[in-house]
Design a protein around this ligand. Structure first.
Ligand code: CTP
Length: 400
């Protein structure tokens, strides 16, 4: 479903580094998400990758020349810059960074960056010594002062066989910043706490009780809040998911760990979203050593875990919003309303886990939103899109 990049005009300026081949993957991803990508290559970038590579991936002409043969070509820097929703300079070499920092405009990439009023992201890539050189350090400082967004390079082995800072960062590290630049900043100044994933309740050092939650819905909620400008803390049970960039993650194991982490932050938080599937019970006793199969008791003694959301409902302060989730397999509305009232929630998203392509582990979801005096049924769609639609509702409740 509709990606944040869909229909956006994105100008990608590529300068001369071996990392130019890496951004071919970025163009491919953006094109798949239906962005309209126009690539500008410097003369030296063309030594590393051919314009045809980017043309094939973007479906658009690749630009290099400031002085085209037609009138239209002569104005290309104005048109690209004016129509851009976002400009990315990647890889940005020391030379291109120096030119941008000093307002030089001797090629199409630098000229376009002076024309555009869209946000410009600069992703450096160069030898570690060049990156650490005082001249480059000074230029990057200047870039930031001027208003460019500079995304740090990664550390690692470079093509020159030296290790250091200067590797072009990966798409996964930067995509969220690009997405944020294209999103309305409705949550600026808001502190958001999201919980995600399952909890694990240990039986012994090798075994635990848990549930099928993958964490995908909670991570999508965190990502969506970051894109809207919130300061996001994600308290996550064990998952295989990477932390969304820009989000602060606190990893926990058990329900009691999650309780402690959430209560540490809850007072200072404006909006709390409890997407996690918290285990209601834990084994009454955790064995110090792995229990042998002939020693396992046939009946497991359980103790109740704290209900974190119920506790948050009791402590809720004026102006704070509390959002719950509920996975149900029957009587969704009745169960949802009961939880909404009991836990003093502002909104609950109830999802039907009896469907095949919805809920646990799935990429998709279909939820029913319940709130004071109303309900809204969301379409069956991706978890990311579901998260965006839930945030639309949360923002409207916040503005009431
Ligand atoms: N929740 C929580 N702490 C718990 C149990 C649940 O904070 N110990 C939160 C979940 O994160 C979710 C909401 O409460 O946002 C509803 O969780 P759910 O498991 O559906 O509800 P329960 O209150 O456990 O009720 P039941 O198991 O009877 O359906």
């Amino acid at each position: 479903m509709a990606s944040v990049f869909a229909g956006k005009n994105i100008v990608l300026g590529v300068s001369g580094s071996i990392a130019a081949f890496k951004v071919a993957g970025w163009v491919s991803t953006l094109a798949k998400e239906e962005a309209n990508v126009s690539v500008i290559m410097t003369e030296s970038a063309r030594q590393f990758v051919t314009p045809l590579t980017f043309e094939a991936l973007s479906g658009n002409k690749t630009y290099s020349n400031m002085f085209g043969s037609s009138d239209q070509d002569a104005m290309v820097h104005i048109n690209l810059g004016r129509e851009a929703d976002l400009m990315i300079v990647a890889p940005a070499t020391a030379n291109t960074i120096a030119k941008l920092a000093n307002g030089l405009a001797d090629d199409l990439l630098t000229t376009t960056s002076l024309v555009t009023r869209a946000e410009v992201f600069v992703c450096p890539a160069m030898n570690g010594k060049m990156y650490a050189h005082p001249a480059t350090v000074e230029n990057i400082k200047k870039l930031k002062e001027i208003g460019y967004n500079v995304l740090d390079p990664a550390h690692g082995m470079m093509a020159c066989k030296e290790e250091g800072d200067g590797r072009l960062t990966d798409w996964e590290n930067v995509a969220e910043y690009f997405a944020k630049a294209l999103t309305l900043q409705e949550l600026t100044g808001k502190k958001v706490l999201v919980t995600a994933g399952p909890t694990r309740e240990p039986l012994d050092p090798a075994r635990f009780l848990s549930n099928r939650s993958s964490g995908k819905m909670g991570y999508a909620m965190a990502r969506s809040a970051f894109r809207r400008g919130a300061d996001v803390t994600l308290v996550s049970g064990p998952t295989t998911l990477a932390c969304p960039s820009g989000v602060r993650r606190i990893e926990v194991q058990s329900a009691r760990d999650m309780y402690d982490a959430v209560l540490t932050y809850s007072d200072k938080t404006d909006i709390i979203v409890k997407t996690s599937a918290v285990a209601d019970y834990r084994p009454a006793r955790k064995a110090e050593h792995k229990v042998k199969k002939d020693q396992i008791e046939s009946q497991l003694q359980l103790e109740q875990n704290p209900d974190i959301l119920y506790e948050l409902g009791k402590r809720k302060r004026k102006g704070q919003l509390l959002i719950g989730f509920a996975a149900e397999s029957q009587e969704l509305r009745t169960a949802g309303i009961r939880k909404l009232e009991k836990k003093r929630l502002d909104l609950i998203a109830v999802n039907d886990i009896s469907g095949i392509n919805s809920g646990f582990e799935s990429e998709n979801n279909q939820v029913l939103l319940l709130f004071a005096g109303g309900s809204e049924s969301l379409p069956h769609t991706s978890k990311q899109h579901t998260a965006d639609l839930i945030w639309d509702k949360i923002v409207s409740l916040d503005q009431q």
